[in-house]
Write a protein of this length. Structure first.
Length: 255
């Protein structure tokens, strides 16, 4: 075990550079440029990197720093802080080395009196933190490139329609199926609301939006807990706001 009170950022980067297979970071706030750069470099080497941080105003201020991280395959999870704060500060490397302590991975953190502990080649210890990481992931939402402000991800995606009679007399539901390559997403809306938003009955053949990778966890009585990943199509056309448009702020009820 090693304990560090000085040169904390440098020691963290040294450990990151030693990773060979996987890096799981669970730190309340991460915005230090050199650390993010090293995590991104690991992705370029084929190392799996997952990062879990608080979804709050501090993240909103620094989210642009993660564009390269995400575009290179990094997975960034946002913890919903509406009910409680995620205040952990730990990292697991190759499921055998653990870094923990008081240090937030931020520039301001490098200016404070902080500490970290590095425990190497202790699989049991690392697995305890890995289990906590998975637990917190269940309470978090996978971040999308869209929220970095990358408008290049917007695209017109083909959509088909199917009308069905609702269980309520006189009401009809409208099923929309978005398809692009191997991606497909189906959603159902009230037909009258959709047509009201259009202002006419000529349904568009394409709708502007982006694809968002979503992760859900569920339990199966035979196989235990399972993870399901799928793509959602997120509409960004203002005329469909409240009907088709669903984004991270809507999900968490943030304004």
């Amino acid at each position: 075990m090693e304990v560090h009170f000085d040169n904390i950022k440098e020691n963290i980067i040294n450990e990151i550079n030693c990773a060979k297979f996987s890096i799981y970071v669970c730190v309340a706030w991460v915005s230090e440029n050199f650390i993010i750069k090293e995590l991104t470099n690991c992705l370029k080497l084929g190392i799996q990197v997952e990062l879990l941080v608080n979804y709050d105003d501090k993240f909103d201020y620094s989210k642009h720093k993660f564009e390269d991280f995400i575009s290179n395959g990094g997975r960034l999870f946002l913890f919903d802080t509406n009910t409680k704060l995620m205040h952990n500060k730990f990292c697991i490397l190759d499921l055998s080395t653990t870094i923990t302590g008081s240090f937030n991975w931020t520039y301001s953190g490098t200016k404070h009196e902080e500490n970290i502990i590095i425990e190497r080649k202790n699989i049991d210890y690392a697995h305890l933190f890995a289990k906590q990481f998975v637990k917190l992931k269940r309470q978090s939402t996978l971040f999308s490139n869209f929220f970095t402000g990358n408008a290049d991800l917007y695209r017109h995606v083909k959509v088909s329609y199917e009308t069905k009679e609702s269980s309520h007399p006189g009401l009809h539901s409208l099923t929309l199926v978005f398809r692009e390559g191997s991606k497909e997403f189906t959603t159902t809306v009230l037909k009258s609301k959709f047509e009201e938003a259009l202002g006419h009955k000529n349904y568009p053949r394409e709708i502007l939006g982006f694809w968002k990778l979503t992760t859900e966890y569920f339990s199966d009585q035979f196989t235990g807990e399972q993870m399901l990943e799928f793509y959602e199509f997120i509409c960004v056309e203002n005329r469909f706001k409240g009907i088709l448009r669903v984004d991270l702020d809507d999900k968490f009820g943030r304004k």
